[in-house]
Design a protein around this ligand. Sequence first.
Ligand SMILES: Cc1ncc(COP(=O)(O)O)c(C=O)c1O
Length: 394
Amino acid sequence: MEELPSIRLKDFAASRADFLFPEKVFARLKSKIDYLVYEHKTPLLVIDSLTVRKRYYELVKYFPDFKVHYAVKANDNLSVLELLASLGANFEVASIAEVIKLVELGVSGSRMITSNPIKPLDFIEVCRQVGINYLCADSKDEIEKIKFAFPNAKVYIRLEIENKESSWPLSGKFGLNEEEAKELIDYAVRKKVNIVGLTFHAGSQNNSPDSFVYALDIAKRIFDFAKAKCKIDMYLLNIGGGFPIDYTDKVRDINQFKTKIYSKLNEFDNSGNMILQMEPGRRIIGEAGIMVSRVIGKAVREGKNWLYIDVGVFNGMMEVIGGINYTFKTNSRRRAKVWNIGGPSCDGTDIVAKDVLLPEPEIGDFVYILSAGAYTSVYAAPFNGYRIPTTILV
Ligand SMILES: Cc1ncc(COP(=O)(O)O)c(C=O)c1O
């Protein structure tokens, strides 16, 4: 028998260690998925509860001083919320509908916050009724609304920070720069609104711990300003979401985020007495989800191979429009080719990926999309009559 040169074995070991985390999730779930697709139609979003637990507990372990508020918007499936509630998670909500889901699961308002800086008046009213005491604002009008509908609310101000390291930026719509934030705090304090702290969002899928450092530097200056000029001791710091996950590449270890964030926190005067919050969505649910789709068509166009699957931009994979790239797998064992992958609708923007190397599937075969747990089913609409994914927690 031909002896394998040891270098090749070493390479093999290295490449195994290099597997993306969602590939490991997929390998472990594959037989369950094979079973589920006989019971349910595609597209099917299979969520791995073990991965949700792992990612949640990892944040609790690395950030022991923080309250972890799962951002419900990332995936509001009831079984997912129930699982996280049973683990002791807190929640970040953005609407009355999200609050109702949680209340129906028995989660009390004291476990919820809302970092949505522009809230309809009736949502503020529901916060008051349910006991969601921490509310975000970034404008004088919002301060006035809160003062009117929920005068005892604890209000934190949203900063805008550059999201340039993020693959799904959130800047440009909400938040204040340093000077604007100082001005609003001063205004709100004069209006006798209870200003307790700050929040920011470094942009979703942000692989740069330095983005958090940058934001914390600004936050520290504003804390100092509030104490010196407005005579208030702010005590709440919410570092938002943004933590990244493996899509097509490995991202930085969470420990690197922890180290940089904690070293900055030590610079705050009252660091030992602060309420620290984070509101991760993608990090907790993203890699746990595998989108299972079927091939519904194939074509060759201008020399390019095209696959058409039953999940597309409109019924689940909306984030491809903002540049999120996914890892694809198939059950086919045929020769690999390069494919463009289109969704089922007639819309020209409904293209899920380009230039993906995959074994050639037949019509009816499965295409699996990894790391599809976050911002997929929640965005989905039955455009052109194509069904939205059924979500199953396993
Ligand atoms: C206010 C707020 N908090 C938290 C999140 C969750 O962010 P991520 O999924 O990047 O962790 C978002 C995402 O849009 C958000 O808008």
